[in-house]
Design a protein around this ligand. Structure first.
Ligand code: NAD
Length: 358
């Protein structure tokens, strides 16, 4: 690591602790993949105190041209083995399609680099396990980009669940639909469901036991509409609707709890989360064989949600984990738990919704 210092403060810095790397030196990153999502990683690393970009690598000349133009002075290359082998970098951020994740991450870890890897971690459970073992053996950090865990909304929901103000969790029901972007290598479940599966993995403290997935292929031979139901221990149930063929974009999650119910609309600029003091109480009248159903309908409350760029928070956290030798909570194991559910969902899809044990 070099010992370079300050950078221009941005509004996203407001809620961040000063990364220790600012004092100790910057973590040097090579970024592989400058397609749709890669530029967001590069922009955030570029502006992050404690991080420095040593190279951007993309095999596509159009992407490389864009990187040169936006970051003059940054080393841009098509040669992935050059950046992975280079002693210049401490860490590699891999922002390429999922089928490339394993080979690139394995090579980076073997060359002593910490790895920030896009979601989903890998294409298979075996690949995820190999990366986890390799990172552990080499004492390197392996972190998967589960971006939503760093949003103000998810942090607030976690807080509300943990403090018990919502009561016991009954269900998680998410709709994540829009028109496109059609992927060529993965179906809509592998593209969009990692977001909800990682959020569920973070919020729900019970173990997922089994799942059912249904879906259909309409256009390019890959499922473009899908529905997943996950059964947890206890009575918690989760449902995810993912769709590339929706005329409108919807990002709405209902979280039903014993005491209160919550609606998270991620497309709302303000008031992303609304907590409803609504619910149902059912009692048995003594001596009478009929149920008494009471519907509660109280106030609605929109809690303050931290306005932060999640990716910046996440990358600052990764830098902090490297510098202070901490294990990120969104580590390889968290990535593996999501991959296990994705693999199970594909198996269930093939059997038109058969129950698959997790
Ligand atoms: N966290 C999020 O919210 C989020 C959002 C979008 C995408 N993603 C993830 O980011 C990853 C990339 O998605 P995308 O939409 O940016 O894909 P993309 O196809 O737009 O971009 C990928 C880029 O990687 C380059 N590339 C591929 N293999 C390479 C290799 N071996 N060496 C060098 N360059 C290589 C391609 O040329 C391309 O420019 C995926 O894993 C996706 O799931 C995450």
């Amino acid at each position: 690591m070099s010992t370079n210092g300050s950078s221009v403060a941005t509004r996203y810095e407001v809620n961040l602790p000063i990364p220790p790397a600012r004092m100790a030196g910057r973590v040097k990153f090579a970024v592989i993949g400058f397609g749709y999502w890669g530029p967001n990683i590069v922009r955030n690393l570029h502006n992050l105190p404690g991080a420095e970009i040593t190279a951007v690598c993309d095999k596509n000349p159009v992407a490389r041209k864009k990187a040169y133009k936006n970051y003059p002075g940054t080393y841009v290359t098509a040669d992935v083995s050059e950046v992975i082998n280079s002693p210049e970098s401490d860490a590699v951020a891999i922002i390429t399609p999922v089928w490339t994740h394993f080979e690139l991450a394995k090579a980076a870890l073997e060359n002593g680099k910490h790895v920030f890897l896009e979601k989903p971690l890998t294409s298979s459970i075996e690949q995820a396990e190999i990366l986890i073992e390799l990172a552990e053996r080499k004492h390197l950090k392996l972190m998967v980009d589960h971006t939503f865990l760093f949003t103000g909304a998810v942090k607030k929901i976690k807080e509300l669940l943990q403090t018990g103000s919502l009561g016991n969790l009954y269900y998680y029901d998410s709709t994540r639909v829009n028109l496109g972007l059609f992927q060529h290598d993965i179906n809509v479940i592998w593209d969009l469901a990692p977001h909800d599966l990682s959020i569920m993995d973070y919020l729900i403290e019970e173990t997922p036991e089994a799942l059912v997935a249904t879906g259909q292929k309409h256009l390019n031979g890959l499922e473009d509409v899908a529905f997943i139901t996950v059964y947890f221990s206890g009575k918690i149930i989760a449902h995810i609707n993912v769709n590339w063929l929706s005329p409108v974009k919807v990002r709405t999650t209902l979280i039903g709890c014993e005491k209160k119910m919550l609606v998270w609309n991620d497309l709302e600029a303000d008031e992303k989360i609304k907590v409803y003091d609504r619910g149902v109480d059912i009692t048995n009248r003594e001596g009478v064989y009929e149920l008494l159903v009471n519907y509660r309908s109280g106030d609605m409350w929109a809690p303050q949600v931290e306005q932060v760029e999640a990716l910046r928070q996440e990358l600052a956290y990764f830098v902090d984990c490297i510098v202070n030798d901490r294990t990120p909570f969104n580590d390889g194991l968290a990535g593996l738990r999501v991959v296990k559910m994705l693999v199970a969902a594909n198996r269930s899809l093939k059997k038109r919704g058969a129950l698959v044990q997790l």
